[in-house]
Design a protein. Sequence first.
Length: 293
Amino acid sequence: MNDYLIKATTLKGMVRAYAITSTNTVEEARRRQDTWATASAALGRTITISTMMGAMLKGDDSLTVKVEGNGPIGAIIADVNAHGNVRGYVSNPHVDFDLNDRGKLDVARAVGTEGSLSVVKDLGLKDYFTGQVPIVSGEISEDFTYYFVNSEQVPSAVGAGVLVNPDHTILAAGGFIVQVMPGADEEVIEQLEDRIQSFPAISSLIREGNSPEQILQRLFGDEEINFHEKMPVEFKCKCSKERFEKAIVGLGNDEIQQMIDEDHGAEAVCHFCNETYTFTETELENLKKNNEQ
Ligand SMILES: [Zn+2]
């Protein structure tokens, strides 16, 4: 099954919901970054939730999430647009711990329980929205829940999970975001809280083959759900050799000459997708001329 997310409303329009399957997307991130199990779970949860946040944007808007705790993994970065394209990485991919006392990947230990979660939305025309909250658990989902409530003032429930195979590949990944619209009855909120409290682990539901629609159906029981938009989701980086060329040109001719003299070429690696771009001496000479024009 290809990854996708679904947007929906329910409970007479008072609740907005998103659900996603992201197994292949997280696997692609893992393959590119060579993350170990606990790091894969931390990156996978962040990517999964960020992709749903991207689906809340419009047109060419994009957003970048940074989770920076005091754990060994360092920073987790995810960058998404409004069309289901996501890319992401962690500072230290080779982080893996024993399962925690609940038998789960110990994401909080990898991320750390102190630090910050920040979101920068690029809304076009140099219009930016920035929100930042402290990390409250390091388990990622709870941290995003806290972010929505405190930074965006939208009561929300966020769930994301990743299951990893013994060979470190991704077995299942997915998540949901449920948001209560302004003016919703107190009764609706309480009912939702009860359902979410007793909801099974999202990663298990994905592993059992549940689609995003089925996950929301299960979450809202007999309530009527209006499904709005279905969006394919994939790991996709926007880097290119041209972008790195521009960056090299920006360094100035002295710097480029140094690369030619000392290294007889240059190599640039994209943080987000680990793609390597190589530049020959001749190519560097041409970039130098670019500066002279
Ligand atoms: Zn890239």
